[in-house]
Design a protein around this ligand. Structure first.
Ligand code: PHE
Length: 362
C-alpha cells in the first residue's frame, strides 16, 4: 500500500513535470493521451482497483482521482499559458509604432514664389480679403482703358507692354497683362461694393536684368466701401508687412507719385537697415521702395459701374518676387525661373508645412 502510494507520488511528479515542460499543444495532447487516455497510465491503474480489498480501493481510488484531477488541471493550465504566449508573440510581431513619423515621399520643394503667395493669402485672408483671379492675357480695356489710361495714350508703352496680334471686342490688340490691376476691374464689374480683395499672379513687361524678368509676379489689393481712407490703407499695409517679415518695428513712408488709376497716389517705402551688406526690413535708417498705392480714381469707379459719389476705395500693388528676395535672401531674380533643381532644393520649402498665422508665416 505504501509502495503503491510512493509509485503514485513519482508518477504525479513525472506527469506534472511533463505538463510544465510541454512546449506546444501537440505535446500536451500526447501527454493527455498517455496519462488519461483509455490506454493511459492512470487509466491502467484505475483498472487495478478491481483486485483490491474494499478499504484499499477506497483510499487508493481517492488518491488516483486526485492525481487524475491534478494532471488534467495542469494540462489545461499549461494549454492556456501556451495560447496566451502565442497571442502575445503575434501582437508583438504585428505591432505598429504609431509614434514613428510617416515616411515622407520625396515630392520636391515648393518654389519661393508659391510659398510667398501662400503666406500673403494667409495674411490678407485673416484680414478679411477674398482672393480673386484673372487671366494672363488681357484686353486693352481691362489692362489700361478702364484704369484711366487715356485711349491710345503712350502711357501704354511706359509699361514695356507685350502686345499680341489677337484683338479684343474693343478692336484693340490684347496684351500680356502688365500688372495685376485689371483684376480690380474684373472684380468691380462683377461684384457690388463693399469689396475687399487681393489678387496674385503673373505679370509681364519687356525688361530683364538681375532684379527684372520679363515675367514676374504681383499682388494687388482693392478695398471699395463708403468710408475707406488712406489711413485704412496705411493700417492694412503696416499690419501685412509686420506679419510677412515677422518684425514688430515697421515704418512706412508714403511718397507722392502718379498712377493713372489712383488719386492721390503714393509710392511706399519700408524702413530697413543695409549696414550688414544685406537688407534687413524693420529697424534702421534706410528706406526701400516696395509698393505703389493710392485712392481709387473716380474715373475707374465710373468705368466699372460704381457710383464715385457714394463709394471710394484704396488700392495697392506689390512685387511678389521682390518680397521673396527680401525675406529669404535670394540675390538674383533670374534664378527664380531657371528651373535649376539645385537652386530649388536650397531655397525651396517643404510641401508639408502650410503657412498660417497660428503656426507662423514662412
Ligand atoms: N499697378 C501698379 C504697378 O504695377 C501698382 C499699383 C497698384 C499702384 C494699385 C497703385 C494701386 O506699378
Amino acid at each position: 500500500m505504501n509502495a503503491t502510494n510512493n509509485d503514485l507520488d513519482s508518477l504525479e511528479r513525472d506527469l506534472l513535470a511533463r505538463a510544465e515542460a510541454a512546449g506546444d499543444e501537440a505535446s500536451l495532447e500526447t501527454l493527455r493521451v498517455e496519462a488519461l487516455g483509455k490506454q493511459g497510465s492512470i487509466s491502467a491503474l484505475m483498472r487495478n482497483l478491481g483486485q483490491m480489498s474494499p478499504d484499499e480501493r477506497k483510499t487508493y481510488g481517492a488518491a488516483l482521482n486526485v492525481l487524475k484531477d491534478k494532471v488534467s488541471e495542469a494540462i489545461l493550465t499549461k494549454k492556456a499559458a501556451l495560447a496566451e504566449a502565442a497571442l502575445e508573440r503575434q501582437l508583438q510581431a504585428e505591432a505598429v509604432d504609431v509614434t514613428l513619423p510617416p515616411i515622407k515621399p520625396r515630392i520636391g520643394a515648393i518654389h519661393p514664389v508659391s510659398q510667398v503667395m501662400e503666406e500673403l493669402a494667409a495674411i490678407f485672408g485673416e484680414m478679411g480679403f477674398a482672393v480673386e483671379e484673372g487671366p494672363d492675357i488681357e484686353t486693352d480695356f481691362n489692362n489700361f482703358t478702364a484704369l484711366n489710361f487715356p485711349p491710345n495714350h503712350p502711357a501704354r508703352e511706359t509699361h514695356d507692354t507685350f502686345f499680341l496680334d489677337a484683338k479684343g471686342e474693343d478692336g484693340a490688340r490684347k496684351v500680356l497683362r502688365t500688372h495685376t490691376s485689371p483684376v480690380q476691374v474684373r472684380t468691380m464689374l462683377k461684384q457690388k461694393p463693399p469689396i475687399r480683395m487681393v489678387c496674385m499672379g503673373r505679370t509681364f513687361r519687356k525688361d530683364s536684368d538681375a532684379t527684372h524678368t520679363p515675367m514676374f509676379h504681383q499682388i494687388e489689393g482693392l478695398v471699395i466701401d463708403e468710408t475707406t481712407s488712406m489711413a485704412d490703407l496705411k493700417g492694412v499695409l503696416i499690419a501685412a508687412i509686420k506679419a510677412f517679415f515677422e518684425v514688430d518695428d515697421v515704418r512706412l513712408r508714403f511718397r507722392p507719385h502718379h498712377f493713372p488709376f489712383t488719386e492721390p497716389s503714393a509710392e511706399v517705402d519700408v524702413g530697413c537697415d543695409r549696414s550688414g551688406g544685406q537688407i534687413k526690413i524693420g529697424a534702421g535708417n534706410d528706406w526701400l521702395e516696395i509698393l505703389g498705392s493710392g485712392m481709387v480714381h473716380p474715373n475707374v469707379l465710373k468705368n466699372c459701374g460704381i457710383d464715385p459719389d457714394k463709394y471710394q476705395g484704396y488700392a495697392f500693388g506689390m512685387g511678389i518676387d521682390r518680397l521673396a528676395m527680401l525675406k529669404y535672401g535670394m540675390p538674383d531674380l533670374r534664378a527664380f525661373f531657371d528651373a535649376d533643381t539645385r537652386w530649388l532644393k536650397h531655397y525651396g520649402f517643404s510641401p508639408y508645412l502650410l503657412p498660417g498665422l497660428a503656426q507662423g508665416i514662412g
